[in-house]
Design a protein around this ligand. Structure first.
Ligand code: GLV
Ligand code: MN
Ligand code: MN
Length: 407
């Protein structure tokens, strides 16, 4: 096994990307075979580096370097990906965490505080109708309901977990030993590429709400039902999607709304669709404005449903509040970047992250490295090796300054 250096992180990212259910990009959904294999390979990797490795019942994994005290400085990110995603989203934070903890330990010896590299089981919400299970589980913010959420095949999170051999009993109390958390991540936008900065220091992460919109009309014969006698759920859905996009453009930046999936039933060329379900993801850095906007969208869609004589049922399945990052940690990162002469930019994150979940109860920070063309959730995600290494260099300095002092 090649030993960990800051320099080989891009090779390790290529290696981790081989654990995929798809050949187009990386698909590593929670509790899939590819996810299990990747996780086992990372456990073996961390053990070979000398970490003591343990896991929790949700399938999160931690590589620990015991310090003089049990207070944990945690760093890491998520192992799962979206469908046909890239090599970097989540994976970079996981490998960067392992490499930075390892190097800091090898350079400075036993830390005063305990260091842990975290591999969160799930963040993307790509398989089940829930999201951020890994980080929510460790801070005691997950529930039975999350583990009952189903995938498209009707398997619950818990059934899939147990089918993979993860049968330890779940506990929803969360950990109380984490003193702070830092996540390294690709930016997934174009701000750094445009400004030319080496690194982004995140000041806050936007809030997000996710919904299912279920429209019920009535299925009927495509040839014998006159146009004015139809209750076409797909036509109503098309109008709703157009209204959601129009209203969100009118609301202006930084509002964003995305209809990312749609299913029409019964799904036949000669049958009027009687049932349609689509998902909606809406984001903004201010929770009150976000909530007002999602209500406006729902109201507009209810009006469309009424006009078209179909029924609309809206269910929210994810609410993640906007979260500021810890001010002191942000200042520390700023100073370290200055010392290392790496240019940096203070910025918001429009993507959701584990740091957002952990940051609600524990001081947390995030560092971004540039993404080529701002591309992510896409097979062509790419970050220059030098940028990947810069991020790890700053993470190592930050870990050493936090784990080797008493306060
Ligand atoms: C997670 O990547 C999200 O922002 O959807
Ligand atoms: Mn991510
Ligand atoms: Mn993502």
């Amino acid at each position: 096994m090649m030993l960990s250096t800051r320099e080989n992180v891009h090779q390790k990212l290529d290696w981790l990307a081989t654990f995929s259910e798809s050949t187009l990009g990386v698909t590593r959904l929670l509790y899939s075979k590819a996810w299990k294999d990747a996780r086992e390979a990372l456990i073996a990797y961390m053990k070979s580096l000398g970490f003591s490795v343990y896991e929790d019942a949700a399938g999160n994994v931690f590589g620990r370097i015991q310090g003089e005290t049990d207070d944990v400085i945690l760093t890491g990110s998520h192992l799962d990906t979206v469908k046909n995603g890239g090599k970097y989203d989540g994976a970079y934070g996981v490998l960067a965490g392992i490499h930075a903890v390892y190097h800091t330990w090898k350079t400075y010896g036993t830390p005063y505080k305990t260091l842990e590299a975290a591999i969160f089981c799930e963040e993307e919400g790509s398989r089940f109708k829930t999201a951020y299970i890994g980080s929510r589980y460790i801070v005691g913010d997950a529930s039975e309901e999350d583990f009952s959420a189903e995938d498209a095949a009707g398997h619950s999170v818990n059934q899939a977990r147990e089918a993979l051999g993860l049968t330890a009993s779940l506990s929803f109390t969360g950990r109380s030993d984490i003193e702070r958390f830092i996540e390294l991540h690709i930016e997934q936008g174009q701000q750094l590429e445009q400004s030319g900065d080496h690194l982004g220091i995140v000041k806050a992460i936007v809030g997000q709400q996710r919904f299912t919109y279920q429209i019920s009309g009535s299925a009927n014969h495509a040839g014998t039902t006159p146009m004015n006698m139809r209750r076409d759920a797909l036509e109503a859905a098309a109008l709703m999607i157009t209204a959601i996009n129009r209203l969100t453009k009118e609301a202006g930046d930084p509002f964003v709304a995305t209809v990312g999936t749609i299913e029409a039933a019964p799904g036949s060329v000669n049958v009027i669709p009687g049932e349609v379900t689509f998902t909606l993801d809406v984001r903004h850095p201010e929770d009150e404005k976000l909530t007002a906007h999602v209500l406006q969208l729902e109201k507009a869609c209810v009006a469309i449903a009424d006009e078209h004589n179909v029924k609309l049922d809206v269910q929210r399945f994810v609410t993640i509040e906007a979260v500021p990052m810890d001010e002191q940690m942000v200042n520390d990162l700023h100073e370290i970047c200055e010392q290392e002469q790496l240019t940096h930019k203070l910025m918001y994150s429009g993507a959701g992250h584990d740091a957002q979940v952990v940051g609600r109860s524990v001081p947390a920070a995030m560092l971004f490295v540039p993404s080529r063309h701002g591309l992510s959730h896409h097979p062509d995600e790419y970050t220059e090796p030098q940028y990947l290494e810069n991020g790890i260099a700053i993470l190592e300095k930050a870990l050493s300054s936090w784990a080797w002092k008493e306060k």
